[in-house]
Design a binder for this molecule. Structure first.
Ligand SMILES: O=C(O)CCC(=O)C(=O)O
Ligand SMILES: [Fe+2]
Length: 331
């Protein structure tokens, strides 16, 4: 994966802004994801985000279950234990493939939304279990929202569409924020292909901003070489790893395609060996268009040569179509 892009240049001269926006678009279109540094969220807070995440997952299971996710997809809030959700149900979705074989994800997660969301509530463990946790997470969500809008505006510039239309489409912060823990596991347990850390998938929203620790194992499909998954280098956990989701693919009428990604063996561990794959933590912020917004492609992308590929659907209906496939398959 190429160098991290310097996001602070978005606040530089008009030339710097145009240059970094174009580089962002180019990297996403070729590599499938981009790494961003100087994004405005202080390093110290990213380190604390990992600390808080570790604290949550270190709680006993009965405490984590005090903030449990319901067994079904919605409301998509709260703690999902290992095995509750499996992403293989949507693996072929973006490529129009039928549902493939079921693969278990060996991960546990917690999903949050905006603190001001009036449709669904976040699930928190009691404050005394992890003092300061809720405040920290709510603040971090808000910080991600600010960065999200800057990135979306930059992408709009690079695509030649209205920045304000793009921002308006996302101004309600109806996003999702997910902490993930992949427990340590013998490599041999993943060897027969019935289980993995996180099965191949695309994200549903507009853009995803991801933080990963230094363990490694995240792979993204190269957009110029489909079928080839490249490891995302993991030495700097304060970098944001950015990728495009399906909603953006629809809005741009496939000018921009959502990149498939997955989490598997880190580069240091031999496939099927007796080694134990170390535990891994990551945090994903899924930026989504407002629930009531239409995902119909922007006019600019519908031309005689590029006819419209998509029916009209609201962001919320589309989200629910996708998320329904994630839960309840383990039985
Ligand atoms: O853990 C990771 O690095 C990736 C997480 C991810 O792709 C997701 O939650 O959608
Ligand atoms: Fe993802």
């Amino acid at each position: 994966m190429s160098e991290s892009l310097d996001l602070s240049l978005l606040k530089g001269t008009p030339e710097q802004r145009a240059e970094v926006s174009a580089a962002l678009l180019r990297t996403l279109k070729t590599k499938g994801c981009a790494k961003l540094k100087n994004h405005g969220i202080p390093d110290e807070l990213v380190h604390r985000l990992f600390d808080q995440t570790r604290r949550f997952f270190s709680l006993p299971l009965e405490d984590k279950m005090l903030a449990k996710h319901p067994p079904e997809a919605n409301p998509n809030r709260g703690y999902s234990f290992v095995g509750q959700e499996s992403v293989s149900g949507i693996s072929g979705f973006e490529k129009g493939l039928p549902q493939g074989k079921f693969v278990r994800d060996i991960k546990e997660t917690v999903d949050y939304g905006s603190a001001t969301d009036d449709l669904v509530e976040n699930q928190w463990v009691p404050e005394e279990k992890i003092p300061g946790y809720r405040n920290f997470m709510e603040d971090f969500y808000d910080r991600c929202f600010k960065v999200e809008l800057e990135i979306l505006a930059a992408l709009a510039t690079a695509l030649g569409i209205s920045e304000s239309d793009m921002v308006m489409l996302h101004n309600k912060a109806e996003n999702e924020f997910r902490i993930l823990h992949y427990p340590a596991i013998p490599a041999s347990e993943l060897a027969d292909g019935t289980a993995t850390r996180l099965a191949e998938h695309t994200d549903f929203g507009s853009i995803t901003m991801l933080f990963q620790d230094s363990v490694g194992g995240l792979q993204v499909e190269n957009q110029q070489n489909l079928g080839v998954f490249e490891g995302v280098e993991s030495s700097n956990k304060t970098d944001i790893i950015l990728n495009i989701g399906d909603s953006f693919q629809r809005l741009t009428n496939d000018t921009f395609r959502a990149a498939c990604h997955r989490v598997t063996y880190p580069p240091t561990v031999k496939v099927g060996s007796d080694e134990v794959i170390p535990e891994r933590y990551s945090i994903a912020y899924f930026a989504k268009p407002n629930r009531n917004a239409s995902l119909f492609p922007f006019k600019k992308f519908i031309t005689p040569n590029t006819p419209c590929l998509y029916e009209d659907i609201t962001a919320w209906d589309y989200n629910n179509l996708r998320i329904a496939k994630l839960f309840g398959q383990a039985a």
